[in-house]
Write a protein that binds this ligand. Structure first.
Ligand code: MRU
Length: 361
């Protein structure tokens, strides 16, 4: 995607010595890129959310293992890096998918061949991510075009968190249909949930503004009201882990949007790249690992002060306890459809679209 006229991906290899990333903790106030030369820096970048978004977390982990092979190609080195990367964040299943894939690729190789193979595999995972998102974009943009054809007016999309190009290698998942439909001339507007406490909605607004897509930033609690008043035509969100029955685990607050959508008969879609499907997960509500993040994310708000300088303030009463679950699960019964790289299906049809993966689970 373009940033100030320059084409960017959200992660890129620098030879076989380092990877470049965009520091998402500084956005949207500052566009800063970083060069990570050590695998432990990738672990830190994932847990601190300098890189975030399920697909990007997976790709970053793959490059993390490639960096680890620059230090130690022996089994011990490989296992240590896999273990620590896997522990960097618990919910996005893309992390496990990528680590397992690259570990399986390297384990069968002599140590001397692992470095080259690791970088090649990480690059392949990154390329596939872009191709998957492009395909999700084209299936989803057809859906938006149909909606427009039916409504015969600009359509209003509501999205939660950031599932845009910056949360993937490129194109995004839930935002890919928005970009492709907009570029194809479908008139649309996006309601963008702020998405407290980490405000990923500000990343979505930043992306949409850069692409010229009309959008409005809203408080997380405004969506239900807008749906009730017929001002939302479709809800489009991303996913961090989708169970084999089609339950969708995504950013905290997504479930509430699905409930409001059902109440107001608004279609609710999740964009789901196949690496985000957890075929071993039967009952996501009771089994999906939900990350609990630091209380400081709620206690402290970051932004720009009057002089336009980055700053932060404490907003919570110090005596109050704080809980910060970072994800929730929307049961399949509230999901109208899943937009995958192989097409759009109802939740209970997911296995039919990926028979080879469903068969081995
Ligand atoms: O905590 P985050 O910012 O990593 O959570 C991200 C989300 O919940 C996204 O919606 C999801 O990962 C899909 S990103 C294409």
């Amino acid at each position: 995607m373009n940033v100030n006229g320059v084409a960017y991906r959200s992660i890129w290899p620098i030879g076989q010595q380092a990877v470049g990333i965009i520091d998402q903790t500084r956005l949207p106030y500052e566009f800063r890129t970083l060069e990570l030369g050590e695998w432990r820096s990738v672990v830190a970048a994932i847990s601190s959310m300098q890189v975030r978004g399920a697909p990007l977390i997976g790709v970053a982990a793959a490059y993390g293992i490639a960096l680890a092979m620059n230090r130690d190609t022996a089994d011990a080195g490989l296992e240590l890096a896999c273990r620590e990367l896997l522990n960097s964040r618990p919910t996005a299943v893309n992390l496990r998918w990528a680590v397992q894939r690259i570990r399986a690729r390297l384990s069968g190789l002599p140590a001397g061949d692992r470095l080259e193979a690791a970088w090649r595999e990480a690059d392949a995972i990154a390329q596939e991510d872009v191709a998957i998102n492009r395909s999700i974009g084209s299936y989803g943009s057809a859906l938006l075009a149909q909606l427009h054809a039916r409504c015969q007016r600009p359509i209003n999309v509501l999205t939660h968190c950031n599932a845009g190009w910056i949360a993937t290698v490129d194109f995004g998942t839930a935002l890919a249909p928005v970009y492709l439909a907009f570029d194809a001339g479908v008139p649309l507007h996006v309601w963008v949930d702020e998405t407290r406490p980490r405000n990923q909605g500000l990343l979505t607004a930043w992306e949409l503004a850069a692409h010229g897509v009309p959008h409005t930033l809203i408080a997380d609690n405004a969506g239900g009201h807008l749906m009730q008043h017929g001002r939302v035509d479709i809800v489009l969100v991303g996913a961090d882990r989708v169970g084999r029955r089609g339950d969708v685990c995504n950013k905290i607050g997504t479930y509430l949007k699905a409930l409001a959508a059902r109440e107001s008969a608004v279609p609710f879609y999740a964009a789901v790249p196949s690496p985000t499907i957890d075929w071993q997960l039967a009952d996501a509500i009771s089994e999906a690992p939900i990350e609990e993040r630091a209380a400081s994310e709620i206690r402290i708000v970051h932004g720009l002060d009057r002089n336009g300088l980055p700053g932060s303030i404490e907003v919570a009463p110090p005596a109050s306890a704080v809980a910060n679950p970072a994800f929730d699960v929307t049961p399949a019964r509230l999901v109208t459809g899943l937009i995958t790289e192989r097409g759009i299906v109802e939740p209970d049809e997911l296995a039919g679209l990926f028979p080879e993966a469903a068969a081995i689970s």
